[in-house]
Design a protein around this ligand. Structure first.
Ligand SMILES: NC(=O)c1ccc[n+]([C@@H]2O[C@H](COP(=O)([O-])OP(=O)(O)OC[C@H]3O[C@@H](n4cnc5c(N)ncnc54)[C@H](OP(=O)(O)O)[C@@H]3O)[C@@H](O)[C@H]2O)c1
Length: 352
């Protein structure tokens, strides 16, 4: 099995390359800068380097030739992603990525569904911390009480130090077009969340939450019969510095981000703890609930992306563009993640 990592010299790309090596999978490192790719290869104990610009289809085709899958880690995906998806599909490779931008995901579903099917490959964007656990939790909560009237995916994060790459993508996401899913259809004018506060597991009181442009809005209606999907985040997770950065004009924000460290140091990563809570209210009033918890956003993303790509190569059940919940056996994937510090639980209850 040979898997190419595009954007291999970035913070997440390096973790993905190292995880592929740890799993004993042959890895090809690709990206725009040959020198940085060679440094990455040295850092993971050696790997083949195939430079290619994100907007150079011929070079991407040469980079992905004879590979079974591509893991794309080069963001922001709204500006860099589509060419890499196209090249992976054209080369007959399965594809996963670490994107979390709604607009990009919606574009991938629209533009590549038929092409991926014709090529006999599975394209599964957002196969990282964002949004595989959220998509799984939404399916587990929602499928138990279908048809669903209201489905909320809520994120709680503690000690999350973001990389420069995450900040760039988050800035783009929060300033770009945002999608909503309400009354059985997608729209470009999402309404404010119905709930202003939620009780996260382990919390004694409800925590204020705020809207987040999560990709579950794009994926969940494809596998849960639901009229509404919302994504929210614990308001306490948005630090004042983050909120201030989002208010800055693009050039000023870019300067601030460029001056920050690349991302959390290795010893700081495990401190980042996350909880993904999905609550679905069925048309009959029953409540479905699923919780997935883990630590280390970036390390977990590498584990998830590599396992996702590995599973597709080992035997994709379906082809085309798929959400994580459509592409993978949820229970089996969660069992695998439980060996990497994840925990999960589901409940169905009559609503009081
Ligand atoms: N979904 C999730 O849970 C999750 C988790 C982690 C990361 N992410 C996303 O993954 C992306 C990367 O994050 P990161 O922290 O690894 O960021 P990063 O360290 O800044 O890495 C960005 C990568 O993109 C490449 N790149 C940037 N501009 C490019 C261009 N014009 N052409 C070709 N390649 C280009 C960089 O190449 P050079 O090395 O040559 O600069 C680098 O490999 C971001 O979009 C982030 O939001 C998502």
């Amino acid at each position: 099995m040979r898997i190419a990592v595009y954007g291999a010299s970035g913070y997440t790309g390096r973790l993905v390359a190292a995880e592929l090596r740890r799993r004993g999978i042959e890895v090809v490192l690709s990206g725009r800068d040959a020198g940085r790719l060679r440094e990455t290869a040295d850092g993971v104990g050696g790997a083949e380097v195939r430079p290619a610009g994100a907007d150079d289809p011929a070079a991407l085709a040469a980079a992905f030739r004879d590979c079974d899958a591509v893991i794309n880690c080069a963001g922001p995906f709204t500006t860099l992603g589509l060419g890499v998806v196209g090249a992976a599909v054209a080369a007959g490779c399965h594809y996963v990525d670490t994107s979390a931008e709604q607009e990009f995901l919606a574009d991938v579903f629209e533009r590549f569904a038929d092409k991926a099917q014709q090529a006999g490959v599975a394209v599964v964007p957002a196969t990282g911390y964002d949004i595989l656990p959220g998509d799984f939790a939404a399916h587990l909560a929602g499928a138990a009480v279908e048809p669903v009237e209201e489905l909320v995916v809520a994120y709680d994060l503690n000690n999350f130090g973001m990389t420069r790459g995450t900040l760039r993508s988050a800035y783009d996401m929060l300033h770009g077009t945002q999608l909503g899913y309400a009354d059985g259809g997608w729209n470009r004018t999402p309404r404010p969340p119905r709930r202003a506060a939620m009780r996260f597991p382990g919390g004694d009181v409800e925590s204020p939450v705020m809207a987040w442009p999560g990709c579950e809005v794009v994926t969940v209606p494809r596998h849960v019969r639901t009229r509404n999907v919302e994504v929210v985040i614990n308001a306490a997770a948005a630090t004042p510095e983050f909120a201030q950065l989002l208010q800055a004009p693009p050039e000023a924000a870019a300067r601030v981000i460029d001056a920050l460290p690349e991302g959390p140091a290795e010893h700081e990563r495990p401190a980042a703890a996350f909880t993904v809570l999905a609550e679905a209210v069925g048309a009959d009033g029953r409540l479905g609930r699923a919780v997935i918890r883990g630590r280390d956003v970036y390390g977990s993303t590498a584990v998830i992306a590599v396992e996702g790509a590995r599973r597709l190569v080992a035997g994709a059940d379906r082809t085309g563009v798929l959400s994580p919940a459509q592409a993978f056996d949820i229970a089996d994937f969660l069992r695998f993640l439980s060996t990497h510090g994840f925990s999960y639980e589901t409940q169905v209850a009559a609503r009081v």
